[in-house]
Design a protein around this ligand. Sequence first.
Ligand code: 8IG
Length: 272
Amino acid sequence: MTLPYELALQAADELRVRAGVDSYDVAVVLGSGWKEGASALGEPVSEVPSSTLRGFVAPTVEGHSGMIYTVKVAGHTVALVSGRVHLYEGNTAAQVAHPVRTVIAAGARTVILTNAAGGLNPSLAPGSVVAISDHLNLTATSPLEGASPPASMGSRFVDLSDLYSARLRALVRSVDPRITEGVYAGFRGPHYETPAEIRMVGALGASLVGMSTVLEAIAARHMNAEVLGLSLVTNYAAGVTDTPLNHLEVLEAGQSAAASLGDLLARLVHAL
Ligand code: 8IG
């Protein structure tokens, strides 16, 4: 069996050829709600279906199509990864991390991970964007489990004390001072939490909950990329209000925020 690291190096070579670029500088993983606005980054110079690249598994979530768009923004070559895959679709941690590993192996040193998340803070209205300051990985797995990474990559015992780049978070504040920061608790899902689980992670310091991002962030940091995480709060977490959670409100919040999210991404990439 091919090691996940080798697989990413091979997929990166395939991606560069298919996309017609020598290397990337920046990668943006587009989570729920973020894809619609991404056209603000400009017209893609190429589109590569991820199904044509080694090791990529097809997304099963509606609104996620597996595609890597290449856009040129302010002198940066940017890979827009659409169609994230999750543990709850039955994927392994390595499969979840593969797209991020691939774009980093193709050169991206800056990785922006976007997602939709539930918010624990009642004063944080749906539609708000929060920069992830740190995370609680509650998935009970790691993309670094298994065979040791090759010598060309870092040790699997990677330090995560600076996982979400302070420099990039400062850049977010300079682009939009209204954006606050919070700790993201990453669950496996796909069920939403119970109110007791939300009280638990709240007591542990979380202000965001979701089902993605944490494994990608770990894999990216392991490959020495600079990581930024951005959450679009689309719902109050369970028990925060009386309203039950539903997937539709998540999609609607994304649609109504699309233009401002695209604008934020464009301003950020310009500022890099
Ligand atoms: I959007 O409330 C979105 N994703 N785990 N909990 C979890 N994931 C989410 C939630 C939420 N909202």
